[in-house]
Design a protein around this ligand. Structure first.
Ligand SMILES: NC(=O)c1ccc[n+]([C@@H]2O[C@H](COP(=O)([O-])OP(=O)(O)OC[C@H]3O[C@@H](n4cnc5c(N)ncnc54)[C@H](O)[C@@H]3O)[C@@H](O)[C@H]2O)c1
Length: 338
C-alpha cells in the first residue's frame, strides 16, 4: 500500500518512514527541506535497503499538492508531519505558522476528501493540554488556551480534522498527541538535526556535551516538583514512529471507532530536567556544564501521559527507557560532529 509521508525527511518523519518500509509499505515522501537534509534519504536507504519515492516541493503550493494527488492516485493513507515547530519563532511570525501548519493541512484534506476513502494521521502535541489539572494526562483532559501560535495550530488543526471527518464519513483520521520525542535510530544513520540553537532540552544537552554549546541553562528549580525542575514525558523517537504504523494500520483495517480518534503518545513516566541531565551523565560518562537560571515564561510545571488508551486500543507500548533514548541521542550527536 502506498502511503504519503509529508515532512518525511524530518526528525520524526524519517524514523516513521523506516518503520513503514520495514512493515512493507510503499512510501512517498514530500518535503521542502526547510528543516531537513536530502542526505536523510541515504540514511533511510542504509537502514531499510530501500529508498522511498521522494518529491521535493513546498506543500503551501496548492496547485502542486493537487498535481501530486493526481499523479499518485493510489495513495491509501497520509501521515502528516510537515509543519513549522519553533514555539518562539511562532510568536514572532504567527502568519507563517498559520499558513504552514493550517493552510497545508487544509490542502491535503481537500485532496483526501476528493478521494473519499482515505486514512489520515496528524502530528499533534501534548501542548494542547497546557498545564493539565491532573497527572497523568488522559485524552479526556480539557484542551487549554494555547500559549503560542504554534500550540494554537495544533489545537485548530485537530478541530479542522474533526469538523472535516464529521461531514465526510469515508475519511478516517487520528490525531496523535506526542509528549517529548527524543533520541535517534540505533543504527546511527538518522536522528534529530536541529538547525541553529536547539529549542528542546535533549539536543541542547548533547550539543553542550560535545562542546558546541558552552552551558545548558535550566529554567527554574523552584517549581512544585520533587527536585524543583519541570517534568516531562520523554519518548524514544523509534517507539513514537512505531505508534504511527499501529495507528495507520488501525485505520486501514477499519478497526477505528468513529472516523476521528485521538491518542496520547508517551511513556507514562515523568522525568525532571535534572533527571534528564543525570541520565546524560550516566550514559555518556561526561559531566554536563549547566546552571540554574530563572523560570522561562510559558513553561508548564509538569506533563506526562496516561498511555492506557494507546496501549490498549493501538496495542502499542513505548519500550525504551530514558537512558536508552539518551544513549542513542548521544551516539548520534557524536556521529554528526565527527
Ligand atoms: N519534535 C517534537 O518535539 C514534536 C512534538 C510534538 C509535535 N511535533 C510535530 O510533529 C511533526 C514533526 O516534527 P519533527 O520534530 O519531525 O519536525 P521537523 O522539522 O524535523 O520535520 C518537519 C519536516 O517537514 C518539512 N516541512 C515543513 N514545512 C513544509 C512544507 N510547507 N512543505 C514541505 N515540507 C515541509 C521540513 O523540511 C521537515 O523535514 C510536526 O508537525 C511537529 O509540530 C513535534
Amino acid at each position: 500500500m502506498k502511503i504519503l509521508v509529508t515532512g518525511g525527511l524530518g526528525f520524526i518523519g524519517s524514523h516513521t518512514v523506516v518503520e513503514l518500509q520495514n512493515e512493507g509499505f510503499e512510501v512517498v515522501v514530500v518535503d521542502n527541506l526547510s528543516n531537513s537534509s536530502i542526505n536523510v534519504l541515504e540514511g533511510i536507504e542504509a537502514i531499510t535497503g530501500k529508498r522511498p519515492i521522494f518529491e521535493e516541493f513546498d506543500l503551501r503550493d496548492k496547485p502542486k499538492v493537487q498535481d501530486f494527488f493526481q499523479k499518485h492516485d493510489d495513495i491509501a493513507g497520509v501521515i502528516h508531519f510537515a509543519a513549522s515547530k519553533a514555539v518562539g519563532e511562532s510568536v514572532e511570525e504567527p502568519l507563517l505558522y498559520y499558513e504552514n501548519n493550517l493552510g497545508v493541512l487544509v490542502y491535503v484534506l481537500q485532496e483526501l476528501k476528493k478521494k473519499g476513502d482515505a486514512s489520515f494521521i496528524f502530528s499533534s502535541s501534548c501542548t494542547v493540554y497546557g498545564q493539565a489539572d491532573e497527572m497523568p494526562i488522559t485524552e479526556a483532559a480539557p484542551v487549554k488556551p494555547a500559549e503560542s501560535p504554534y500550540g494554537n495550530t495544533k489545537q485548530v488543526g485537530e478541530e479542522i480534522i474533526r469538523d472535516t471527518c464529521k461531514v465526510n464519513p469515508e475519511l478516517k483520521a487520528i490525531s496523535l498527541r506526542y509528549f517529548n520525542p527524543i533520541g535517534a535510530h540505533p543504527s546511527g544513520k538518522i536522528g534529530e538535526l536541529p538547525i541553529g540553537v536547539p529549542q528542546n532540552l535533549v539536543p541542547f544537552i548533547t550539543q553542550t556535551g560535545v562542546g558546541l554549546r558552552e552551558q545548558l541553562s535550566v529554567f527554574g528549580d523552584d517549581y512544585p516538583t520533587e527536585d524543583g525542575t519541570c517534568v516531562r514525558d520523554y519518548i524514544h523517537v523509534v517507539d513514537l514512529a512505531k505508534a504511527h504504523v499501529a495507528a495507520l494500520q488501525r485505520l486501514l483495517e477499519n478497526k477505528n471507532e468513529g472516523n476521528y480518534e485521538v491518542f496520547n503518545l508517551g511513556t507514562g513516566t515523568g522525568s525532571s530536567v535534572l533527571e534528564v541531565i543525570q541520565s546524560f551523565e550516566r550514559v555518556s560518562g561526561e559531566k554536563l556544564n549547566y546552571k540554574i537560571v530563572g523560570r522561562r515564561p510559558g513553561d508548564v510545571i509538569q506533563a506526562y501521559a496516561d498511555t492506557k488508551k494507546a496501549n490498549e486500543i493501538l496495542g502499542w507500548k513505548a519500550k525504551s527507557s530514558l537512558d536508552d533514548a539518551m544513549k542513542s541521542a548521544w551516539e548520534w550527536e557524536k556521529i554528526v560532529r565527527s
